[in-house]
Design a protein around this ligand. Structure first.
Ligand code: HEM
Length: 497
């Protein structure tokens, strides 16, 4: 950007000119304000609490009217505006207008710089424009609903997934029995993470890695790399210095090597057509696929672990809902699509989990040119070129105005699977009430069907075998690449008799 353009923008900022226009006009967030949760941008002392940073944007917003309450922008230092929105109609309009056509929104890669350094830039997740389109075509087939959910293909997966889950739970059960105690206290998130990685590596990619190695070597390596990706995005220089002086460089290098080894394992099934590779038709070289495999391994493990951990965490506060799911799954031996569809409570629990505690709590976008968007109720918003958008799904889904008692029958902040029944009775489906748990529009999650299958299996199997009660009265959220229960799903676990 030229100095002239920068100073024109800087002047606009000093004069307090609103760079947006239209009938959903966003309002400005000032840099400082008394009593706010934190500063409205990430820095070394607050970046581990991004949800608090977002909350800061809405501080004092109640005095605004209309869309100004929900669309808030930061505009300073000659930088392009940052727009945070929790208005579902705006989120939907932006997601629908994201893609590779001229003038469409890009995924904003600035909050993902650390992810790209660890996984590579040429992945479906990170790329934009024609590179993204090519990557999307590549992954469309193996992940498609018709592929995963076709009876003969589905059964192969369902069986191996179910076997994996059953074996892991059996180990947990034996520990429980051997302890001689009726109830044992355990954090379930680490267990869920290993099962999710195992399904991905061994069942999906056709690998043959022992549970022990996944637990002790590969899952911790990915966990550390994910932590590293976040700090590497916010503070790359300070982090590099810190690593140099504390000797953590060597540890990180080792974890990266482990991640590469796992990527090799996932790729090695390709030549023999193992796992889902047999559905994958492409003449791309293995090398050209590496970034995507890394994204699938780390991203899918993270997202499915978040989703299943939240579902189990919510259920750990609601024993009566556990019992309802138990009644649905106790005689279910095959989790085929029909059976899963018939498990109404389980489905509503999964839907409500993604609404209240979405794994991806915000979706980043960027305008590539000056852009107008239009909502389905024909309201318009102008966004200048270079605007960085943070589509704040977390707060949108917790906003009483959009999801509260008057609209859905239950308070927005309450975990209430029955709200979906309430809505269904009014003829409203989850398609009408978007919670964006898997995104929306052209950059919708390609792993949705796989993820739902895995999470449904794990949650169903845990409920079938155990009763579990949260140790804490309320479970707080923590957020990094995805959100998770802060207590790592600490529960008292008891075998069902
Ligand atoms: C079940 C848990 C999952 C959840 C909640 C989830 C959520 C999401 C969301 C919200 C997006 C949209 C991001 C955006 O619009 O910026 C997304 C995209 C994506 N997801 Fe998932 N996901 C899950 C599982 C998976 C799995 C299992 C895979 C792969 C094996 C996967 C791979 C991806 C990829 C590659 C993208 C980027 C797609 C694109 O940009 O075109 N996800 N996911």
């Amino acid at each position: 950007m030229s100095f002239q353009a920068w100073s024109a923008r800087f002047l606009q900022q000093v004069r307090g000119v609103n760079p947006f226009a239209g009938d959903c006009l966003p309002t400005r967030v000032s840099l400082f304000g008394f009593g706010r949760p934190t500063l409205p941008f990430p820095h070394l002392w607050n970046y581990k609490n991004p949800i608090k940073i977002f909350e800061t944007f809405y501080w004092d917003a109640e005095k605004e009217t209309g869309s100004g309450k929900h669309n808030r922008y930061l505009y300073l230092a000659g930088l392009p505006p940052v727009l945070l929105t929790r208005e579902p109609a705006i989120i939907k309009a932006v997601l629908a207008a994201t893609g590779d056509k001229p003038g469409q929104f890009d995924r904003d890669t600035s909050p993902m710089a650390g992810i790209a350094r660890a996984t590579g830039e040429d992945s479906l997740l990170y790329s934009n424009g024609p590179v993204w389109r090519r990557q999307k075509r590549l992954s469309a087939e193996p992940f498609s609903r018709s592929n995963l959910f076709q009876p003969e293909k589905f059964h192969g997966f369902e069986q191996t997934f179910r076997k994996t889950v059953a074996e892991r739970l059996e180990t947990l059960r034996s520990h429980q029995q051997a302890s001689g105690e009726k109830v044992s206290r355990i954090q379930l998130e680490p267990e869920i993470k290993v099962v999710m990685l195992e399904m991905l590596v061994n069942n999906f990619f056709g690998g043959n890695v022992s549970e022990k190695e996944l637990r002790n070597r590969f899952a911790p390596a990915i966990e550390m790399l994910i932590d590293h990706m976040i700090s590497d995005t916010v503070a790359p220089v300070s982090l590099a210095l810190y690593r140099m002086f504390t000797g953590r460089n060597a540890i990180l290098k080792q974890k990266m090597a482990d991640f590469e080894a796992l990527t090799d394992i996932a790729l090695s099934g390709r030549a023999e057509g193992l796992g889902l590779w047999k559905q994958f038709k492409s003449d791309a070289t293995d090398e050209a696929l590496r970034s995507n495999i890394r994204v699938f391994l780390a991203g899918a493990m993270e997202a499915t672990t978040s989703f299943a951990s939240w579902a189990i965490s919510h259920l750990s506060h609601a024993s009566e809902i556990q019992d309802q799911i138990y009644a649905e799954v106790k005689d279910m031996n095959v989790y085929d699509p029909d059976n899963l569809m018939s498990a109404g409570t389980l489905n509503r629990v999964l839907e409500e989990t993604l609404r209240l505690t979405p794994a991806l709590y915000f979706l980043p976008r960027r305008t590539t040119v000056d852009t107008w968007i239009e909502t389905t109720d024909q309201r318009k918003m102008f966004l200048p070129k270079g605007t960085q958008l943070r589509l704040d799904v977390w707060h949108a889904n917790r906003c009483e105005e959009f999801w509260g008692k008057a609209v859905t029958g239950y308070p927005a902040e309450k975990f209430a699977p029955n709200r979906w029944e309430f809505l269904a009775k009014k003829g409203i489906t989850s398609r009408d009430m978007l919670h964006f748990g898997f995104g929306h529009g052209p950059r919708f999650c390609p792993g949705r069907f796989l993820g739902l299958l895995e999470v449904g299996l794990v949650v169903g199997a845990v409920v079938k075998m155990f009763k579990f009660t949260a140790v804490g009265e309320r479970t707080q959220a923590k957020a990094g690449v995805s959100t998770k229960p802060a207590d790592r799903v600490l529960v008292d676990l008891e075998l069902r008799t």
